[in-house]
Design a protein around this ligand. Structure first.
Ligand SMILES: NC(=O)c1ccc[n+]([C@@H]2O[C@H](COP(=O)([O-])OP(=O)(O)OC[C@H]3O[C@@H](n4cnc5c(N)ncnc54)[C@H](OP(=O)(O)O)[C@@H]3O)[C@@H](O)[C@H]2O)c1
Length: 181
């Protein structure tokens, strides 16, 4: 069994490669821009890179890049791939998903895989908690993030209802006197 992990420089791919190797599972790391000789080039926008990346592979972790997904799925089927796991997004569940550029990207890949001969599993995560790491860089002395969401508004608790929790995208404010590590 060999697992091809596309998008090898990405956060999810790097974590997965480590976990698979810890479990003794053969991994072929792939990247559109490989940075070491052990990583194969697989640029999901360049079908000429698919055959070499997929040779001898049984499973694939696939990033959602729609431009040549049909060719990728066809090449995977021809190579004998038994299972593709797609890193999609919960954005596809929105009622207006087809009109949203981000959701549409993921939907197009999901639909192409559904139509392909290779069994596929689709993961639809919501917002990654690790996104907060990027926001945290904007938290300086003011203790406030530049997250582009409206400031949270106070909500009053009324009988039978609970106060609404702050949005996960609420600006972060340090309390007076709080020390940063
Ligand atoms: N962040 C969120 O809150 C969130 C929420 C829901 C879903 N998602 C999904 O998770 C993905 C982000 O995962 P991540 O955090 O691991 O990504 P990341 O760290 O931002 O890295 C971006 C990834 O895209 C890959 N990539 C870009 N162009 C490519 C190409 N032409 N061919 C192959 N791979 C390409 C890169 O791989 P190489 O440069 O190595 O090729 C890299 O793995 C999103 O694309 C989305 O599908 C994210």
């Amino acid at each position: 069994m060999t697992v091809l992990v596309t998008g090898g420089r990405g956060a999810v791919a790097r974590a997965l490669i480590g976990l698979l190797r810890e479990r003794g599972i053969a991994v072929r790391a792939a990247s559109s821009r490989p940075e070491d000789p052990d990583t194969v080039r697989c640029d999901l926008t360049d079908p000429s890179t698919f055959a070499a990346a997929l040779k001898g592979v049984t499973s694939v972790l696939l990033y959602a890049e729609p431009s040549h997904i049909g060719a990728f799925a066809e090449e995977a089927a021809g190579a004998g791939v038994e299972h593709i796991v797609l890193l999609s997004s919960s954005a596809v569940l929105a009622p207006d998903a087809a009109d949203s550029p981000v959701a549409r990207t993921h939907l197009d890949v999901e639909n192409a895989l559904t139509a392909s001969a290779v069994p596929a599993t689709t993961l639809r995560p919501g917002s990654f908690a690790s996104n907060a790491l990027a926001w945290s860089r904007t938290c300086g002395r003011a203790g406030r993030s530049a997250c582009p969401s409206p400031a949270p508004t106070a909500t009053r608790s009324t009988r039978g209802t609970s106060p609404r929790p702050p949005s996960p995208c609420s600006p972060i404010r340090a309390s007076a006197g709080a020390r940063t590590p």
